[in-house]
Design a binder for this molecule. Sequence first.
Ligand code: HEC
Ligand code: HEC
Length: 419
Amino acid sequence: MQAPIQTTIAPLNYLQGLMLWIVISSLYACGGSGSSSSDSQRQPIAGLETKALLGERLFSEMDLSLNRTQSCATCHNPSHAFVDNRLNTEGLIPAVSVGDDSVSIGDRNSPTITYAQFIPEFRFGSRSRFNSQQSDYLGFIGGQFHDGRAANLQVQAEAPPINPIEMALPDRASVVDRLLENPEYEQSFQALFGADVFTSVDGAYSALSESIAAFEQTHPLATFDSKYDRSLKGELFLTLKEALGRALFFSQTDTNCATCHQLRINSSQTETFTSFEYHNIGVPVNQSVRNQNAALLDDGLLLNPAVDDFNQRGKFKVPTLRNAAVTEPYMHNGVFRDLTTVIKFYDHFHSFSQFLVNPETGELWREPEIPDTVSLLELNDGDSLNQQEVEAIVCFIRTLTDARYEHLIQGKGIVCEDS
Ligand code: HEC
Ligand code: HEC
C-alpha cells in the first residue's frame, strides 16, 4: 500500500526551483555576450517557472476545449473543493457535468480532486484490514476515475481534452495546436521539457499531462488543515457532537465506515478517509441523468479495460471523505443530495434500521443498480443508528473540510456546535 507522503515539502520545491532559476538566469545575464535567440526561447516565463505552475495555468485554460468554453477547472473548481459547482436551472449543483458543447452530459458525478494525489496506481492485490470484524481485502485497488481506468494522474489528464462530452477537441494534434497558438506556452514547454518538445505530438501531449499532474500533486490540493487535522495537533477541540461522530466513525463495532474509509491504523494527520478499495454499496440508478438511455446500467469497475471479471460489475472506488461536506451531490452518479441521506442509506442495510425511507424522495430506498455484487458482508456490519447518531456522523464529516472551504458548509438543519 502506498502511504501518503508529507506534502508540506511541496512549496519548498517551488522555492528551490525558483531560486535555481534565479541563479541560472543571473548567470545568463552576467554572461554579457547576449544569448542567441534559440537560447532565449528556452528561458522560463515569469510565473511559469515550474511544471506545477505551468500545470496550474493549463488546468484553467479554456483554449484546450473545442468552443473555448471549458477547462479542467470548470468541472473541478479550485474555489469549490475542485468539483463542478455550476448551478442547474433549479439552482442546485447538478449530479453530472455539462460538456463544452453545453448539452452533452456523462452519467458520473465530478469527484473532488483534492487528495487525489494519494490514490495509488491501479492494481490487483491484497490489503490488510485492521478492522477486527473483517478479513483482509483481496481485489482491485486505486487508479483514477470512479472505475480506476486511468492508472495515475498523468494518464488521467490525457483524457478530458479529447473526450467528446467534455472538452471535445478531435485529437491530440489539435490540442497541441491550441498550445502553440500561445507563445508563452510554446516558450514555457521548451524551457521545461527541452527545445524539441514540439517535434512530436505525443511528446508535447505528454508534457501537457505531466504538467497538469504536477499541479495536482501540490500542497494546495492536500492541505490537511481541516478541523479534524487541527484537533489532532491540539489546536482545537471537536464539539461533543463532532466527537461522538468521530467515535462512531472509527468504531469497530457500532459502524462499518472505517472498514472502507480508513487507510491508516492510527488516526493520523495524513489519513485519506478511503482505503482505495472497490465496492458495490447498492447505490440505485439516478433516473434524472438516465433519461437519455433509461435501459443503460453503469457497470463500474467492469468498464475498466484492465478488468474482465464479471464479479467486479457495479463496484466503484471508495472515495475520500475529505471535503465531502461541500461536494454534494453524492455517489458516482450524484443520486443523493445530502450527507444525512447518505448515512441513512447505509443504515438501511441493518435489520433494525428506522430509516427505511429515502428522506429526499419520501419513498422506500430503490433497488441497487447492480444487485448481485453488493458488499453485504461489510455493509451488514455494525448496529443501526438513531437520528442523533446520524447527525453526529454528518458533523464529523464536516470536520474533514479543508480550512479554505469551511465557509461553504451549509447547516441544512443540523447544528454541530455545543449548545
Ligand atoms: C465536463 C466536466 C469535466 C471536465 C472538463 C474535466 N473533468 Fe475531471 N472528471 C469529471 C468527471 C465526471 C469525472 C469522473 C468520471 C468517471 O469516473 O468516469 C472526473 C474525474 C477526474 C479525476 C479522477 C479523480 C478520482 O478520484 O478518481 C481527475 C484527477 C480529474 N477528473 C482531473 C481532470 C483534469 C486534469 C481535467 C482537465 C484536463 C479534467 N478533469 C476535466 C468531469 C470533468
Ligand atoms: C463496503 C465499503 C464501504 C463501507 C462499509 C462504507 N462506505 Fe462509504 N462509500 C463506499 C463506496 C464504494 C462509495 C462510492 C459509491 C459510489 O460512488 O457508488 C462510498 C461513498 C460514500 C460517501 C459519498 C462520497 C462522495 O463524495 O460521493 C460518503 C459520504 C460515505 N461513503 C460515507 C460513509 C460512512 C459515514 C460510512 C459508515 C456509516 C460508510 N461510508 C461506509 C464504500 C463504503
